[in-house]
Design a binder for this molecule. Structure first.
Ligand SMILES: Nc1ncnc2c1ncn2[C@@H]1O[C@H](COP(=O)(O)OP(=O)(O)O)[C@@H](O)[C@H]1O
Ligand SMILES: [Mg+2]
Length: 290
């Protein structure tokens, strides 16, 4: 029979997550990581409008969840911040600089891991710092720090194929943080994980974020995930995606699993559900008209 620890990828259960605030982790000054999305529209092929007039300011160190129904343009808007997609109109600035291409100031984590299968966990995480012209010793030291932070020290010399889905995503997070980005962009990073692993990953992510102070933009279609993680939940409408609500989450930090029973949590979730439900119904009605 499979044990719960195996399901959670917790084979090394004696290893505690490292304590917060260790001195060798570079905490970002909270002046960096300002994201300004101004009147962004995206059209593909010059005609299909996917994102419509999106404006959003994310403050340094803030944790924002971008919530919306599938296909509404969340990844497209996120990819404008990443520099993979150029807006057809409007602009995206990070720390005052307009974004034209990907850069080390922005780390990305995707739904499906994108680790190099021929590199070990440590080599995968050290890859970014090496590309940034860090020496091998420094790159490996950074990699070890981050691998420790995501609780995978016992696996640093293993290859991705021996890791569970959750563990691979933890390596993905370590890798995205290895260049100490000002902004961490996460596109449904836990979407393919089972519920228990996902909830553990969410807590681990918040712990790491608490330590780094990096701005996070986290895309999800899962209302519970958005409310549990975010300082603000920004709701996107069905296609073409517009930003229709900006809902502050008045829950204290650190967030704990019991908070899902808190009346503030329930009320915030209810508000999000109303927006999402009306948008999903609208999308459904629109699809049936064609
Ligand atoms: N490169 C592209 N070319 C044409 N259409 C695209 C491209 N990327 C995304 N789309 C379309 O844009 C819409 C929004 O996609 P996406 O941003 O991936 O939505 P979400 O992440 O919210 O599920 C979808 O209808 C998708 O098919
Ligand atoms: Mg997407």
């Amino acid at each position: 029979m499979t044990t719960i620890d195996e399901v959670l990828g917790l084979e090394q259960k004696t290893e505690e997550l490292p304590p917060l605030g260790r001195p060798h982790v570079k905490k970002h000054p909270t002046e960096t990581g300002l994201v300004e999305i101004e009147n962004v529209s995206v059209e593909f092929g010059g005609q299909v409008r996917v994102v419509e007039d999106a404006s959003l300011t994310v403050n340094p160190g803030e944790f924002i969840c971008l919530l919306g129904p599938s296909g509404c343009g969340k990844s497209t808007l996120m990819n404008c911040v990443a520099g993979f997609v150029r807006p057809s109109m409007g602009s995206v600035k990070v720390d005052g600089e307009e974004i034209f291409k990907p850069g080390q100031d922005r780390g990305m984590v995707f739904q499906h891991h994108s680790l190099f299968p021929w590199k070990t966990v440590k080599e995968n995480v050290a890859f970014g710092p090496l590309m940034a012209k860090k020496g091998r010793t420094e790159a490996e030291s950074i990699a070890r720090t981050l691998i420790n932070m995501v609780g995978l020290s016992a696996y640093e010399n293993r290859f991705p194929n021996v890791l569970s889905g959750g563990m691979k995503q933890r390596v993905g997070i370590a890798r995205a943080l290895a260049n100490y980005p000002n902004v961490l962009l996460m596109d449904e990073p836990f979407g393919a994980l089972d519920a228990q692993t996902r909830s553990m990953m969410q807590e681990n992510l918040l712990q790491i974020w608490g330590e780094f102070g990096t701005t996070v933009i986290f895309v999800t279609h899962d209302i519970d995930e958005a409310v549990f993680l975010a300082d603000r939940v920004v709701v996107m409408s069905a296609s073409p995606g517009r930003l229709i609500a900006d809902i502050p989450v008045g829950l204290p930090r650190p967030r704990t699993a019991e908070m899902v029973l808190d009346s503030v949590y329930v009320e915030t979730k209810r508000m999000c559900m109303e927006y999402i439900r009306s948008e999903s119904l609208r999308a459904f009605a629109k699809q049936s008209m064609h």
